[in-house]
Design a protein around this ligand. Structure first.
Ligand code: SF4
Length: 381
């Protein structure tokens, strides 16, 4: 640990050694990561109070770990109507939510005539056109800020969505192309090609769009792949300065998925990956979803997270529906027990807000209304 210098990103070589070190050395790695977090964002852990809007769960990809996606006609297959979107968002508004997280499958209309028919009935040419309209609806009609997660995006679509959304996201997941091989996690998931995902993240950087990304661990990648995925994200952030948050998400097994027999990454493996992420990216927000590490999620604070991600007081986690979010009061108590204050942020992090406020238009107006002086959400946590 002597090679770790305060505020200085560690090298690939050191990251590789730290991510594979023996379990007995974990406490010193965690201590270094927690110290790095405290230098970056002292005394607080943030979260975004959100509603989850699963705009459509139809998807043209078939990721081996996914419980969200459906084919048309499957039980639970659904594309939300504008009225449903507004109803959920307004209910969230009453509960102090400031983020409308749009999650959806990637380009389902390319595979399914049923989706093309649904879009025709709704009056839109593609899922992205519909998403754009729903983000605009939320921005116009409510106090929530839309944050879309629609998968791969062209330069044009990043620009169109950024006009009404302060930030957007897409998990890089892994730079390992072997995961697209037969029987692997990304077999039959053409949108998970790492080069395509890196291109989307790079384009967001060129346009200065605050971007959330991250890695998914335990889907067949090696510890070295995790380091290389983090380095690919770091490289883009060094060039464009737009990565607002890196999520470290752990694979959780579910009985209904193609990967139902895969082993989950251990808790220690998760902590080690979070800690190495913190040391590789000492000045970037690092998040890990607490519901995927419950009941031991407070250990993640020892590994250097400074954010719990989106927590909904209203809607279930549609991506991991069997793992409810910890109640906000419980989250606050556990956070405070570790010596941190829990604070509510907006979907866009404070350091990216001044640039957005300098642009004219409704987005800046809405953002100004819900931002406190410190750049966090105006409403107290
Ligand atoms: S993880 Fe995303 S891209 Fe993959 S199948 Fe599920 S919804 Fe589709």
């Amino acid at each position: 640990m002597d090679e770790v210098q305060p505020g200085v990103p560690i090298s690939r070589n050191l990251a590789l050694r730290l991510i594979t070190r023996p379990d007995a050395d974990l406490p010193s790695l965690l201590a270094a990561a927690r110290a790095a977090k405290e230098r970056f964002k002292p005394g607080i852990i943030t979260y975004s109070r959100k509603v989850f809007i699963p705009l459509t769960n139809l998807c043209r990809d078939y990721c081996g770990y996914c419980t969200f996606r459906r084919d048309p006609g499957d039980h639970g297959a659904h594309t939300m109507t504008p009225d449903e979107v507004l109803a959920v968002t307004r209910a969230g508004e009453k509960l102090g939510c400031t983020e409308a997280l749009f999650s959806l499958g990637d380009k389902p209309e390319l595979l399914f005539p049923e989706m093309r028919e649904t879009l025709r009935r709704l009056g839109y040419r593609s899922t992205l056109h519909y998403l754009e309209a729903m983000c605009d609806l939320v921005l116009r009609e409510t106090n929530l800020l839309p944050h879309p997660n629609p998968g791969l995006l062209s330069a044009e679509w990043i620009s169109r969505l950024a006009a009404g959304c302060p930030s957007m996201g897409m998990m890089l997941e892994s730079t390992n192309t072997d995961l697209l091989g037969p029987g692997k996690a990304h077999d039959n998931a053409p949108d998970k090609l790492p080069a395509k995902r890196l291109r989307t993240i790079e384009e967001a950087g060129k346009q200065g769009v605050p971007f959330t990304t991250g890695l998914l661990i335990g889907i067949g990648e090696s510890p070295q792949d995790r380091v290389d995925t983090l380095l690919a994200i770091r490289d883009l952030h060094e060039r464009y300065g737009h990565i607002q948050e890196v999520i470290v998400q752990n694979f959780r097994v579910k009985p209904t998925i193609p990967m139902a027999d895969w082993p989950e990454p251990s808790h220690d493996e998760m902590l080690r990956t979070v800690a190495v992420a913190r040391l590789l990216l000492p000045n970037v927000n690092i998040q890990a979803p607490p519901n995927l590490s419950a009941p031991y999620y407070d250990d993640l604070m020892d590994a250097g997270v400074n954010d719990w991600g989106g927590i909904s007081p209203l809607t279930p986690d549609f991506i991991n529906p069997e793992r409810p979010w910890p109640h906000l009061e419980q989250l606050r108590l556990r956070t405070e027990a570790k010596g941190f204050q829990l604070q509510q942020r907006l979907p866009v992090y404070p350091e990216f807000i001044p640039a957005l406020l300098s642009k004219p238009g409704l987005l800046a107006e809405r953002l100004r209304n819900c931002t406190a002086e410190d750049g966090l959400a105006r409403r107290a946590a």
